[in-house]
Design a protein around this ligand. Structure first.
Ligand code: ZN
Length: 258
């Protein structure tokens, strides 16, 4: 069992610290800002042993240099296909990385779409997926194609239902507004909306969620279902014949409302 410490950063980012219980060692996922991470390390007497990067956006890598200046020789894992300074272990997906101090192994998933080389890290029932799958939503297509993102989301959907989804932003409430537009009669969605409001009213993160909850309520994992497909087709004004066409149309639909 691993535990995950939540480090809020900027207005809505989460930086994750993966820890073996009762041990001081942590791996840091997507440190966009060093300050909040250094504060938690000091307060909890934690020792970083690795940095895992999902993609090159500055709110995911901005703190790397500062962390390395305080903790030299930290291995930094990240995408080979993206231009990121200080990566010591470039990855393309398909690898297994061993974090010995945590007794942990993570499988690296190649999940392009939001960016060209976006990676996710999966192991011990935990998924760190950056800006690919969000709680009740998914990342925007900045560099990849709809077909790539469709494959990436389907790759994630194939993981076990109980997988805990650690995405990098607190976007749940906003995403649920669109989810309800796309699927007004989904009862699971109504329950999720109520629960998410309850959590946010207490200033509690809605992340992580489970992959099962995403499959029940996230329209970006549901575009293949008949009722969602027909809502997307109504928006698009035409028949959509593949999952990547359905994904492209529902992504565009949400973009028009954001
Ligand atoms: Zn991003």
């Amino acid at each position: 069992m691993l535990e995950v410490i939540t480090v809020p950063a900027f207005s809505d980012n989460y930086i994750w610290l993966i820890r073996k219980p009762d041990q001081p060692y942590v791996a840091i996922v997507d440190p966009g800002d060093a300050e909040p991470v250094l504060r938690v390390l000091q307060k909890e007497s934690l020792i970083p042993v690795a940095i895992l990067i999902t993609h090159h956006h500055s709110d995911h890598i901005g703190g790397v240099r500062r962390l390395l200046s305080e903790h030299d020789n930290l291995p930094v894992y990240g995408p080979l296909k993206e231009s990121i300074p200080n990566i010591t272990h470039p990855l393309t997906g398909g690898e297994q990385i061993a974090l010995d101090k945590l007794d942990a192994k993570f499988t690296v998933l190649d999940v392009p779409g939001h960016t060209a080389g976006h990676l996710a890290y999966y192991g011990h029932g935990l998924l760190f997926c950056g800006d690919t799958l969000f709680t009740a939503g998914c990342g925007r297509l900045f560099e990849g194609t709809a077909e790539q993102m469709t494959n990436s989301l389907e790759k994630i959907a194939a993981l076990p239902d109980e997988t805990l989804v650690y995405c990098a932003h607190e976007y749940t409430l906003d995403n649920l507004v669109f989810a309800k537009t796309a699927e007004p009669n989904n009862h699971d969605l109504d329950m999720r909306i109520e629960e998410s409001h309850r959590l946010r009213n207490q200033d509690t993160p809605t992340v992580p969620s489970t992959l099962l909850l995403e499959k029940k309520t996230n329209p970006f994992l549901r575009y293949h279902l008949p009722n969602v497909t027909s809502a997307i087709e109504q928006f698009a004004g035409k028949q959509l014949n593949s999952n990547s066409e359905r994904f492209a149309a529902i992504r565009y639909w949400k973009d028009t409302l954001d």
